[in-house]
Design a protein around this ligand. Structure first.
Ligand code: FES
Ligand code: FES
Length: 161
């Protein structure tokens, strides 16, 4: 890293403050995974298509492969590691487990962030609203039905199996 291409940034991630020197070209997803060791967010494509890298940045849902780390300077970021507390799953994570909403799990971190973003704004979403919220997240395994059921269950709605 040369001084011309590096910049020091400060971010809050899941309530922890970090200050790091980063390459100006480094993507946010690689900063999270490689520099902060927060490997919950996945890289599925690097082209903004799969959604596996989804995080909340100042409350905005975005794909962290579509942003440079330096662009996140001064922001507050929430990753999948920020869900749940004290080693316990939160209601959404538990619903994913209970309703078989994951198989390989590769898409799951991004799905969880999109679904948690939705539930923060809409505590009882319809099936259509859930499907719209996760439309930027690709899952190759589940067929999405159980993911929708899990989000419905996490929002306290009755789910037919
Ligand atoms: S890795 Fe970011 S959208 Fe696929
Ligand atoms: S569970 Fe495998 S990609 Fe979604």
């Amino acid at each position: 890293m040369t001084p011309e291409t590096a910049r020091t940034i400060a971010v809050d991630v899941n309530g922890v403050s970090y200050e790091r020197e980063v390459e100006a070209r480094k993507l946010l997803i690689h900063f999270l995974r490689d520099d902060l060791d927060l490997t919950g967010s996945h890289v599925g494509c690097d082209t903004g298509n799969c959604g596996a890298c989804s995080v909340l940045l100042d409350g905005v849902l975005l794909k962290s492969c579509m942003l440079l780390a330096v662009q996140a300077d001064g922001t507050s970021i929430r990753t999948v590691e920020g869900l749940g507390s004290d080693g316990e799953l939160d209601a959404l994570q538990q619903a994913f487990a209970d309703h078989h909403a994951l198989q390989c799990g590769y898409c799951t971190p991004g799905m969880l962030m999109s679904a948690s973003w939705l539930l923060e704004r809409n505590p009882r979403p319809s099936e259509e609203e859930i499907r719209r919220a996760i439309q930027g997240n690709i899952c190759r395994c589940t067929g999405y039905v159980n993911i929708v059921r899990a989000v419905q269950a996490a929002s306290g709605q009755e789910v037919s199996e």
